[in-house]
Write a protein that binds this ligand. Structure first.
Ligand code: URA
Ligand code: SF4
Length: 198
């Protein structure tokens, strides 16, 4: 219960947030959804048009593909917590460094509240942010080099597994990557099952 209340408080804050210029073009900010008690947290970039309309993460075309990938991995969408680095609609699907700086404290608070044991980052922006936050800079490479690799860091609340993945939207622009994404998620699903996370 307590986690839900703390998350609700963040939601109230982002609804009126004007810390970066993206407030001007948002319809609905997107905090995240799923099980706040899950051991697994997924982090994408930020809301697209459909997400902005519904106020929910990953409900557009990329989200539909993500749902399939989760299924392939043996995960239920309701069983994980899904959020983004950015909480407001990204009109060009691009984000500036200063916007990440303005918005990321909300994500940091979500991580503190949820205390995931596994963070799966979707795409370069989320991966770079999480690698930086957890001291993995020396492993920082483009997602094409490190996708589906398993990284571990120790934190004050125990060991955290970090798994960078291609953003599901990548496969929509580059259908050749679809199979790679499917294989990656199957591999990660097996690993998470073996480790008892799912
Ligand atoms: N892409 C993202 O990174 N996040 C969403 O919520 C939807 C699409
Ligand atoms: Fe605030 Fe983040 Fe929205 Fe910018 S993107 S206005 S920092 S909630």
């Amino acid at each position: 219960m307590r986690k839900e209340i703390l998350l609700e408080k963040i939601f109230e804050e982002i609804k009126v947030c004007k810390k970066c210029s993206l407030w001007k073009t948002r319809k609905n900010p997107v905090l995240g959804e799923g099980d706040p008690n899950s051991k697994i947290m997924l982090i994408g970039l930020g809301p697209g048009k459909q997400e902005d309309a519904e106020g929910r993460p990953f409900v557009g075309a990329a989200g539909k593909f993500l749902n399939k990938l989760l299924k392939l991995a043996g995960m239920k969408r309701e069983g994980v917590y899904i959020t983004n680095v950015m909480k407001c609609f990204l009109p060009q699907n691009k984000v500036a460094e200063e916007q990440i700086r303005a918005c990321s404290p909300y994500l940091e608070r979500q991580i503190e509240i949820i205390k995931p044991r596994v963070i799966i980052t979707l795409g370069n922006v989320a991966t770079d942010f999480i690698f930086e936050k957890f001291g993995l800079q020396k492993h920082k490479h483009s997602i094409s080099k490190i996708h589906a690799q398993i990284f571990k860091v120790s934190t004050l609340v125990g060991e955290l597994t970090i798994i960078p993945m291609y953003h599901p939207a990548t496969a929509l622009y580059n259908p050749g990557l679809k199979e790679t994404l499917r294989e990656d998620w199957m591999k990660v699903g097996k690993y998470l099952k073996l480790k008892g996370f799912i």
